[in-house]
Design a binder for this molecule. Structure first.
Ligand code: KIV
Ligand code: ZN
Length: 532
């Protein structure tokens, strides 16, 4: 069957959007999920944006061997040099060069005449081609460009060696019919079009990103750019899970498929949500909690008689394992181990021991342990990105006094290097009081609070609370996570972990005198500045 390539840009378009920044370990974790899912191309970042971005594109290029790795570059020699430097260690590197082609972007952002854009596009594709055979060219804001001019630019990029031509709907403006027609027009009327793969990159401002991407495919595109959970600038990009399952579920319409192992979708979605400290909206297609739930009597009756009445795809096909068996304090190590195996976790003996220990702690506080609880326990106890800094502060105990008519007061006792330190503080609510007491002991460097997020893992008032804290300093984000049936305990641990990570970074920074934390360039914001 004819295949559509999946180009994942979670680590570039997704990561550059507010509230979605990731550190190196987190990016590697996402890249591993994408490789496991058999994504064709991973856009690992925008290498010139900051030293941190360069480092992550380079590390991912050297770590992931089963996918093509791309770095974005504006149409300037400097951007392309840096992009190549970052991806050259990949098994199959790609440089992704872009320039805007719409009248608005050319006049107000690039301050360039169309002839200059045309020339620059050709020159920079040729420049990138000297480094690498695999060159993608994107005409930013293509759907608001003059189609005749767009075709000239595409022809120029092809003539200079581009192997993939991407047609972005940068501001989520187009409609499915227009997208299909545009791709058909370009494919049918541009010299050399038969030599390249056409790609679509759709934003979701009007909620049509997946529909537009699918329409582009029907028009002849054979690459779709997308992100896990649809992350991305503003309302996001086409979501990977939606386009993959749309292509698979409606093969009768498209006659096409992807290489994606869809059973990895649930895990990848959870990983990305955990990393950015968010959860899926309940009704989000494919990955939301209700995506496969049948609540109404009529629906339940239909599904019991024949699943296909209300189910167009199975939860198992996207890696959701429906299970009515709940574990509890009488479940042994073997039962926990085999359920984890069924859920697709491959754990070492040490990891299983750690998880079982934690499982027993949770069982003392919570009667029934669901799959979601188990998944959270495993993630918090085996995943590198959740690990705490060995040398950092640990919680010894806390005591809280609060009411709806007094100011919250919290005393915190912390341990570090075998020493105890205590302090007490007031706060605007219990968490603020606890964090003020921690600050009084740790005396952290100046930082801002980017995210404080609590979510419950399962139903019921004895649920585990999963807390994510992201603090920002030195232009970097430091993340900490805590999991407990007591949300104060989880909140304190999450904040301590974030501060410990910040302190570890400061130590490393002081040691290497690495003061290379320039401010980041966002792909779209700085495109003009670079082209001028
Ligand atoms: O939305 C867009 O146009 C982009 C390009 C840089 C490909 O993200
Ligand atoms: Zn984009």
């Amino acid at each position: 069957m004819d295949q559509v390539k999946i180009f994942d840009t979670t680590l570039r378009d997704g990561e550059q959007s507010p509230g979605c920044s990731m550190n190196l370990k987190e990016k590697i974790e996402v890249a591993r999920c994408l490789e496991k899912m058999h994504v064709d191309i991973i856009e690992a970042g925008f290498a010139i944006a900051s030293p941190g971005d360069f480092e992550s594109v380079k590390t991912i290029s050297e770590t992931i061997r089963e996918c093509t790795i791309a770095s974005l570059a504006r149409s300037t020699p400097k951007d392309i040099d840096v992009a190549w430097d970052a991806v050259k260690g990949a098994a199959d590197p790609r440089i992704h060069v872009f320039i805007a082609t719409s009248p608005l972007h050319m006049e107000y952002k690039l301050r360039m005449k169309p002839e200059q854009v045309l020339e620059q596009a050709g020159k920079m594709v040729a420049y990138a081609k000297k480094y690498c055979s695999n060159i993608e060219f994107s005409a930013e804001d293509a759907t608001r460009s003059d189609p005749e001019f767009l075709k000239l630019v595409v022809a120029e990029a092809i003539a200079n060696g581009a192997t993939t031509i991407n047609i972005p709907d940068t501001v989520g403006y187009t409609t499915p019919a227009e997208m299909r027609e545009l791709i058909e027009d370009i494919k049918g009327n541009v010299k050399g079009a038969e030599k390249v793969i056409f790609s679509v990159h759709c934003h979701n401002d009007l909620g049509m990103a997946t529909a537009n991407a699918l329409a582009g495919v029907l028009g002849g595109a054979r690459q779709v750019e997308c992100t896990v959970n649809g992350l991305g600038e503003r309302a996001g990009n086409t979501s990977l899970e939606e386009i993959v399952m749309a292509l698979r579920t409606r093969q009768d319409v498209t006659g096409l498929d992807t290489r994606i192992d869809a059973t990895q979708i649930h895990r990848a979605s959870q990983t990305v949500y955990n990393i950015i400290g968010q959860t899926a909206p309940l009704n989000k297609p494919i990955v939301g909690k209700n995506a496969f739930a049948h609540e109404s009597g009529i629906h339940q009756h239909g599904v019991l008689a024949n699943k296909k009445t209300y189910e167009i795809m199975t939860p198992e096909s996207v890696g959701i394992h429906v299970n009515n068996l709940v574990l509890g304090k009488h479940s042994g190590r073997h039962a926990v181990g085999s359920r984890l195996e069924e859920l697709g976790f491959v754990l070492t003996k040490d990891e299983l021991d750690r998880c079982f220990e934690e499982f027993k702690v949770v069982c003392d506080k919570k009667k029934n342990i669901t799959d979601a609880d188990l998944e959270a326990i495993v993630t918090h106890n085996t995943n590198q990105i959740y690990a705490d800094d060995e040398d950092g502060y640990k919680l010894d105990w806390f005591q809280l006094s609060t009411s709806n008519f007094t100011t919250a007061t919290c005393t915190v006792s912390l341990l570090k290097d075998g020493e105890k330190a205590q302090d007490v503080a007031l706060g605007d609510g219990p968490i603020d009081a606890a964090y003020n007491a921690i600050d009084a002991i740790v005396q952290p460097s100046e930082h801002t609070f980017d995210i404080f997020n609590i979510h419950s893992i399962s139903e019921g008032k004895d649920t585990l609370g999963d807390v994510t804290v992201k603090v920002n300093a030195y232009g970097r984000t430091f993340t900490g996570r805590g999991l407990s049936t007591d949300i104060m305990d989880a909140s304190i641990n999450a904040y301590l972990k974030a501060l410990n990570r910040m302190a570890a970074y400061e130590k490393k920074r002081a040691a290497s005198k690495d003061a290379s934390d320039g401010s980041r360039i966002r792909a779209t914001d700085a495109a003009g500045e670079a082209a001028r």
